[in-house]
Design a protein around this ligand. Structure first.
Ligand code: A3P
Length: 339
């Protein structure tokens, strides 16, 4: 039957079509508006208590994260859930392997982490906890929210502030031989500032290799780990902290990540089968990660070549750090075996 054959008078057809069109449009607009309104209202009233949000929908569909892996690993398809304050933090140490650790942990379906360094406890504390919470990815029940900002390790204020947010926060600290860490720190700084004085000029007073170590220089000072740890121990017990060896993270990433999963109370789902050693990069890389499904390594800024430094300078630095390393081993109860 054509339009001409219907019993609707011709004069009515146009207004009727326009009415129908407007009706459908207003239905669509009111649905869109209300759903935004509802979700924003829910977001505003979501309490900041981890794992107690009424927000977790029973209707969240789940599918396996790794289709070629047999364990039951699930994640939300629609990423619905609530943004919560982190319950675990990678607080440092800069240039020790913090990015590698975070990328490896993010494979775990029960860990969701902010992608970039948020710097809340050192730089943006004035913004308030609500601001911080909104920087976190949504999580569903049972998932752990994480964040990594290595600058927290050296921040005077961060320990007290984190303890105030949640005294039960779990702290992950990646550590590395302070001498190689200082070289790495210098390599990063000099890549951003061409024409920088040499490593030796900065690391020693008067720039002499065998001379007095200049502890005012950040990359050197940061390697005195015991000094910083004492600050954290005023607010957190050792049982809340896990120290990850940056060296072992390169040699045996699965073992180190395994320890972290145990510490966080998670099933060991990130295992050897997620890693391969990339000989070109010279580091372990991932077969797939949270964001990429193909094999890939960390970016160019991770695994830079270090400056050539006279052996005498390295020996002098090692001598300098030895007593501080011993103190750090005593405090943590772990001998990291740095030379
Ligand atoms: P280098 O660039 O000096 O080699 P951070 O992420 O804390 O800045 O640490 C950077 C360091 O992570 C790198 O320092 C590198 O040695 C180390 N690292 C550990 N595992 C790595 C991996 N799988 N890929 C690249 N770098 C890794």
């Amino acid at each position: 039957m054509t339009v001409e054959q219907t019993s609707i008078p011709t004069a009515w057809r146009r207004p009727l079509l326009a009415f129908l069109f407007l009706g459908l449009l207003s239905l669509y607009l009111s649905y869109t508006f209300n759903s935004c309104l509802v979700s924003s209202l829910i977001r505003r009233t979501t309490p900041m208590i981890p794992h107690q949000s009424p927000y977790i929908s029973k209707g969240v569909r789940v599918v396996p994260l790794f289709t070629n892996v047999s364990e039951t690993k699930y994640r939300s398809v629609r990423q619905r859930g609530a943004r919560r304050l982190p319950t675990a933090l990678i607080i440092g140490i800069k240039k020790a392997g913090t990015r590698a650790l975070l990328e490896f942990l993010r494979i775990h379906p029960d860990i969701r982490a902010a992608g970039c360094e948020v710097h809340f406890f050192d730089r943006y504390y004035d913004q308030g906890l609500e601001w911080y919470r909104k920087k976190m990815p949504p999580t569903v029940l049972g998932q752990i929210t994480m964040e990594k900002t290595p600058a927290y390790w050296v921040s005077k204020d961060a320990p007290a502030r984190i303890a105030k947010m949640n005294p039960g926060t779990k702290l992950l600290v990646v550590v590395r031989d302070p001498v190689t860490r200082a070289l790495s720190d210098y390599a990063q700084a000099s890549s951003k500032r061409p024409g920088m004085p040499s490593f030796e000029q900065l690391a020693f007073l008067n720039g002499t290799n065998g001379g007095i170590v200049d502890t005012r220089w950040g990359p050197v000072r940061l390697g005195v780990y015991a000094r910083y740890l004492l600050r954290w121990l005023k607010y957190f017990s050792l049982s809340q902290m896990l120290f990850i060896s940056g060296e072992r993270l390169v040699v045996d990433p699965a073992a180190e990540v395994g320890r972290v999963q145990d510490f966080l109370g998670l099933k060991r789902l990130v295992t050897e089968k997620h890693f391969y050693f990339n000989t070109t990069k010279g580091f372990p890389c991932l077969f797939k990660s949270e964001t990429k499904s193909s094999p890939h390594c960390l970016g160019k800024t991770k695994g830079r070549s270090h400056p050539r430094v006279p052996v005498s300078a390295l020996i002098r630095l090692r001598e300098f750090y030895r007593p501080f390393n011993q103190h750090f081993y005593q405090l943590t109860g772990i001998n990291f075996g740095w030379p």
